[in-house]
Write a protein that binds this ligand. Structure first.
Ligand code: NAI
Ligand code: MG
Length: 351
């Protein structure tokens, strides 16, 4: 029996192209794993009216973790729910880990000395899914509620819990400790959104006090958006709430090569799903044109999470070398190599 069972979820569109690339690299590095195919995404929705069918949930429950390609989703489809958001809630994957490291020689780098990691809370905040349109009477009667026409208004509830705030900050500090990082920045807007962001900061300060060797600072999210462009090299670890994290992590990904390089881990206490941050790019589906780097970086995160540190290091070194040498690169990096040629070059360097 293999050491690991990994749920294999290509999803839709280029999700298939990039996971095929990941498989080449996984085989080259000889991870002792069984890959269990699991359906997810728009094709599932069309087949079953369910983008995350029960069979897939069962497979996820039996696996150590999952590797996810990308899915197609469409707005204004009655009954449709995002399978990624559902997985996060179902398996309590409260950490969204997004590293942004500039690999030397990547022509898309904004600067070569960026090496930051974002911890985004993944289960609460403005993405809790508690929303009303029109606004119910009970909410209209709450003290302090502004008297608007409830039929001409909508409300989304930003739910925070002490536990939710504490565990995302704790995850950021634990990561900092493990990887010898020097500083954690809590990103907030507590001067305006006083209760929710206020609670987040209170919890963050308490957790920070448990780690005297790691510097702690607090910054407003709007300032962070600006400083990320001015001095991204000054950041180390950033920890923040769901919506803010979604926005600043896309901004930060742009500094290191955009969608071709953005990887993420959705991590809970005993399960995790790793994915590139890009979508299914339907116009490139099946053409093997897109950059597999984001997915290979997500694979590296998976190794780290599984405790396969040596494989994580080897893969990072191989990716770094392939990027530095610049012989094999996809269109977004100014080359004309295919998705699989990049993976094969990484496999060759690994071997
Ligand atoms: P997208 O990320 O799929 O693609 C936008 C553009 O970025 C592409 O046309 C391509 O030019 C470029 N791009 C994306 N990935 C690339 C790669 N690996 N290498 C090089 N270039 C790359 O975003 P879009 O077009 O807004 O959404 C397409 C579908 O994907 C939609 O249905 C959307 O809902 C879904 N989506 C899914 C996500 C996920 O599965 N996590 C995330 C974002 C969007
Ligand atoms: Mg996003």
């Amino acid at each position: 029996m293999a050491k690991y069972r990994i749920a294999w979820m290509p999803g839709d569109g280029i999700g298939h192209d990039v996971l095929e690339a990941a498989k080449i690299v996984l085989d080259a590095i000889e991870l002792d794993a069984e890959y269990v195919p699991a359906e997810v995404g728009w094709t599932c929705w069309e087949k079953y009216r369910d983008a995350l069918p029960p069979g897939t949930i069962e497979i996820l429950k039996e696996c150590d973790c999952g590797l996810f390609g990308a899915i197609t989703s469409r707005p204004n489809v009655p009954g449709y729910r995002s399978p990624i958001v559902r997985m996060r809630i179902l398996f309590d994957l409260y950490v969204n880990l997004r590293p942004c490291k500039a690999f030397p020689g990547n022509p898309l780098n904004y600067r070569d000395d960026i090496d930051l990691v974002i911890f985004r809370e993944n289960t609460e905040g403005l993405y809790s899914g508690i929303e009303y349109r029109p606004i119910p009477d009970e909410i209209m009667k709450l003290p302090g509620m502004r008297q608007v026409d409830p039929n001409e208004a909508a409300i989304s509830i930003r739910l925070f819990t002490k536990k939710g705030c504490r565990r995302i900050v704790k995850a950021a500090f634990e990561y900092a400790k493990k990887h010898g990082r020097k500083k954690v920045t809590a990103v907030h807007k507590a001067n305006v959104v006083r209760e929710t962001c206020g609670m987040f900061l209170e919890e963050a300060r308490e957790v920070a006090a448990e780690y005297p060797d790691i510097a702690f600072e607090e910054q407003n999210v709007d300032a962070v958006a600006m400083w990320l462009i001015k001095n991204p090299q000054d950041y180390d670890i950033l920890v923040t709430t769901n919506l803010f994290g979604d926005i600043i992590s896309d901004e930060a990904a742009q500094l290191i090569g955009s969608l071709g390089f953005g990887s993420s881990g959705n991590i809970g206490d005993d399960f995790a799903v790793f994915e590139p941050t890009h979508g299914s790019a339907p116009k490139y589906a099946g053409q093997y044109k897109v950059n597999p780097m984001a997915t290979l970086l997500a694979t590296r995160l998976m190794f780290e999470w599984l405790g396969e540190e040596e494989k994580a290091r080897r893969l990072e070194d191989a990716l770094s070398r392939v990027i530095r040498e610049g012989k094999v690169k996809t269109y977004d990096m100014g080359g004309s190599s295919t998705t699989l040629e990049v993976a094969e070059e990484v496999a060759r360097v690994l071997g």
